[in-house]
Design a protein around this ligand. Structure first.
Ligand code: SF4
Length: 345
């Protein structure tokens, strides 16, 4: 008989079909019961055993008695139901807190997921970086963010981005397992190309991601056109310099044939000059890539968002570059849910 395992590592949300098979067989039930359980949790997004009508009562009692169902609960929602962006403060079983964001833009409904509590990388422009790292999130805590926010959304979720709190590639295994659960056609069934994993540039994990030929989209926070400039805002650039980062992107392109998206947080008088556009063009023009320019969301620190005229000038200088340029007029900045603004105190 199964042991009592009511801890965050063993929540039902976050387990895959094999885990469910081992649970139901532990309780002397047939394997197809595991498929039913999987269906209830990931396809039907049921949050309680009472609603799982086709499972035997005793099995439900046994599982409920031994396993945690959902490792998260919603503590606070910021932003009206009708607002384009809503931010969710969620509490883990150990009392730690994380944030996830729901963003609506016409038909596109995106959830921004956190992968860690806090972050060790300390990017200078990022509120999460001020927290330091507390711990990695479990697969259950990552997938539960999705399932809770899906319940809150009036429309189906079309996209997931791992751009919330934490560096996803420093919690690599749990992030990939979570993406696999989101992508599983028998469950949530979100297309791989609708799931984006964003890294500040953890070079060995970019190689690993490439070698594994992961189909999820890859985004890289570049935020500077030179090594010196990157070092000013991203301490991780010391360990993984810009030339090694670009080499790893080339390797990724060669291995997967997928393009990457470079994220570029635009900071006044730091990386927003005409010279930056030229250096940036030289740096990434040879790569199959997109550039996403994100005018900075101020968090009360030393950096300033460029003026609207300066942002327009920067974008104007990018008009003839050989890669696609998009601008993220970050949603949710008014409720501190924009890029780099997630923090829990
Ligand atoms: S930007 Fe991302 S990697 Fe950098 S400190 Fe913030 S959460 Fe961490």
């Amino acid at each position: 008989m199964s042991l009592k395992r009511k801890n965050i590592e063993s929540s039902l949300i976050g387990m895959n079909l094999d885990d469910f098979i081992s649970i139901v067989t532990d309780f002397d039930e047939q394997k197809y019961r595991a498929e039913q359980l999987f269906n209830w949790i990931y396809k039907r997004n049921i949050q309680s055993f009472a609603e799982m009508e086709n499972l035997p009562k005793q099995l439900k009692v046994n599982i409920a008695d031994n396993y945690l169902f959902n490792p998260l609960k919603i503590l606070k929602v910021t932003g009206a139901k009708s607002a384009k962006t809503r931010k969710y403060l969620l509490e883990c079983q150990d009392g730690e807190k994380i944030e996830a964001v729901l963003m609506k833009e016409q038909k596109r409904i995106t959830i921004c997921l956190s992968s860690q509590i806090g972050c060790a990388l300390g990017c200078e422009f990022c509120a999460t970086g001020t927290m330091g790292i507390i711990r990695n999130l479990t697969v259950g805590e990552i997938v539960a963010q999705y399932l809770l926010l899906l319940k809150e959304s009036e429309k189906p979720i079309t996209n997931v981005v791992f751009m919330g709190m934490g560096e996803p590639f420093l919690n690599y295994d749990n992030v990939i397992k979570s993406a696999d659960l989101l992508n599983n056609p028998d469950g949530i069934n979100l297309g791989a190309r609708h799931i984006t994993i964003s890294t500040a540039g953890i070079v060995p994990q970019i190689h690993k991601f490439a070698e594994e030929k992961q189909r999820y989209k890859l985004a890289i926070s570049l935020n500077g056109s030179t090594q010196e400039q990157r070092l000013k805002t991203m301490p991780i650039a010391k360990k993984y310099p810009i030339d090694k980062l670009i080499e790893s992107v080339k390797y990724y392109n060669n291995e997967t044939r997928n393009l990457v998206t470079f994220e570029y947080v635009l900071l006044s008088d730091i990386n927003d000059s005409e010279l930056d556009v030229k250096r940036l063009t030289d740096l990434i023009s040879d790569l199959p890539c997109k550039l996403n320019v994100i005018p900075y969301n101020e968090i009360g620190g030393k950096f300033v968002r460029p003026s609207d005229d300066k942002i327009k000038e920067f974008l104007g200088n990018l008009l003839n570059v050989p890669f696609t340029v998009t601008t993220r007029w970050s949603k949710g900045a008014d409720i501190n849910a924009g890029c780099g603004q997630l923090v829990v105190t």
